[in-house]
Design a protein around this ligand. Structure first.
Ligand code: FAD
Length: 444
């Protein structure tokens, strides 16, 4: 069964998120963007409105939203400001390893903390010298008695300067690559944890991004989310469930840019008529609409797979790289439709343009997503068609008279098919000798 209908609850959630985004995020976004500041009070409002920590399962007192609900919610918030929505969504990212891990005591301790109180939790895999290659983590977790001692630096950490808790990925041995990776839940107030200055960025300037340093931080074993050797998989599983939402950032931002462009095109006149009357503009709008729609469907498909017990890794990668790249194209065309005004800070597209550029980078770059998809396509993917050298391309066979029992021989080079009990002395097209011909299966 295939069904694109959203439930009443999902429609209500989308409407609620849309109203919140327009009322609470949109009016303040440019102000904070200009000042490189993250308005904690707006994130707090999102918490109060039930738009954060939505992935905590009901069994632990959470909302237990599925990925579909989170995708719907994220599109609406990102439509108002991709930067602020990154900071709002960051708690879901920071919590996902805890949700996926097997440490029940840790779950029972920390889920109530973020549900009952406004607390931020960030996610830290990246470091100054590594990002894409998670197996190359250098932040060291040295076992000492019942504890681990953490030393190293994490970089690019969204909300790192504001967070109360950190999901940290580290290694017990940088030389052992994947086998050494482990994960911990660390409190920011613990001795030895410090945050660097806010990193100055092109866009998403309403979202706090910093480096975090760990100097001899003592982490009790009770805070282990992944034992050494299990951390890499935990990080990958986390990304499979959060990448659809990165796609939704793209969908939301692209949708806004498209709406602004349509509005502008109806009002702006050139050569005696609204520019919306020109087919060149109409075709741009059609392509923008097509991309927004396609991107949304892909993010929803990935979310649906995750919600229905399937491994969403592949769909999440496709959704992420399609939606984030489509968003860049849509926003770019929207800017073109707004002409010179599109390039100014008095109109919204300039900020959208800056904000969405990073979507192709964080949570796995477009290149990494392509590696995941091509790895599957060239590996596990099961083709429906026969292999090329098994293809029955019968150009010379007369099906009305030929005896189907006649053997068929294929030239391995040019594909010529020869009918007869023996292969030909040589290929009449490319001269491959008789010995090179391969008898084809006739399927009976
Ligand atoms: C605003 C912002 C917020 C972020 N928030 C977080 C956060 O909260 N937590 C966190 O842990 N990280 C965060 N990051 C880090 C982000 O996930 C990394 O920047 C990203 O994974 C890429 O890593 P890198 O920057 O080290 O690039 P690199 O890994 O050094 O890659 C550089 C370039 O080489 C390409 N490349 C690398 N390997 C290959 C390959 N094998 N084949 C082809 N191309 C390749 C990459 O695609 C990229 O184009 C954030 C980054 C930004 C900019």
């Amino acid at each position: 069964m295939l069904d694109f209908t959203l439930t009443e609850e999902q429609l209500d959630l989308r409407q609620k998120a849309r109203e919140f985004a327009v009322k609470e995020i949109l009016p303040v976004a440019w102000h904070y963007d200009q000042r490189d500041r993250t308005p904690l009070q707006v994130i707090r409002k999102a918490y109060d409105a039930g738009m954060m920590n939505t992935n905590i399962p009901k069994a632990y007192g959470g909302k237990g939203y599925g990925l579909i609900e989170n995708v719907l919610l994220t599109e609406e918030l990102a439509a108002a400001c991709a930067g602020l929505s990154t900071s709002i969504f960051d708690n879901s990212l920071g919590l996902e390893p805890l949700i996926l891990c097997e440490n029940e005591e840790l779950k029972k301790t920390y889920f109530p903390k973020v549900i009952n109180d406004f607390k931020l939790i960030c996610f830290a895999t990246s470091e100054p010298a590594m990002g894409s290659d998670v197996s190359a983590i250098r932040c060291l977790a040295r076992p000492e008695g019942e504890d681990y001692i953490l030393n190293g630096t994490k970089y690019w950490i969204t909300n790192g300067g504001l967070a109360d808790y950190i999901s940290v990925f580290a290694t017990v041995d940088p030389g052992s690559k994947h086998e050494g990776i482990c994960a911990f839940l660390v409190e920011k107030q613990w001795e030895g944890v410090s945050a660097g200055r806010t990193i100055p960025k092109l866009g998403q300037r309403c979202s706090n991004t910093v480096g975090l340093n760990f100097t001899n931080v003592r982490v009790p074993r009770s805070h282990v989310m992944a034992e050494p050797g299990k951390g890499f998989l935990l990080a990958m599983k986390t990304f499979s469930r959060t990448r659809p939402m990165i796609g939704s950032f793209g969908v939301g931002a692209a949708r806004s840019a498209m709406e602004y462009a349509m509005d502008y095109a109806k009002k702006r006149r050139a050569f005696g008529s609204p520019i919306a009357d020109f087919q060149a503009i109409q075709f741009k709008i059609a392509e923008m609409y097509q991309k927004v729609e396609t991107a949304r469907l892909l993010t929803l498909k990935a979310a649906w797979e995750g919600d229905n017990g399937m491994d969403p890794t592949l769909s999440a990668s496709i959704a992420k790289f399609y939606a984030t790249e489509a968003a860049l194209e849509v926003v770019n065309e929207a800017l073109q439709i707004l002409g010179g005004y599109g390039y100014t800070r008095m109109f919204p597209v300039e900020k959208l343009f800056r904000d969405i550029r990073v979507l192709r980078i964080y949570e796995g770059t477009s290149e990494i997503q392509r590696m995941i998809v091509s790895g599957f396509a060239m590996g596990k993917y099961q083709p429906a068609m026969p292999a090329l050298d098994e293809l029955p391309i019968h150009l010379e066979r007369d099906f009305s008279v030929s005896d189907e029992k006649t053997a068929v021989w294929r030239c391995p080079m040019c594909g010529h098919l020869h009918y007869g009990n023996e292969p030909p002395e040589e290929c009449p097209y490319c001269f491959v000798p008789k010995s090179g011909f391969k008898r084809m299966s006739t399927g009976d």
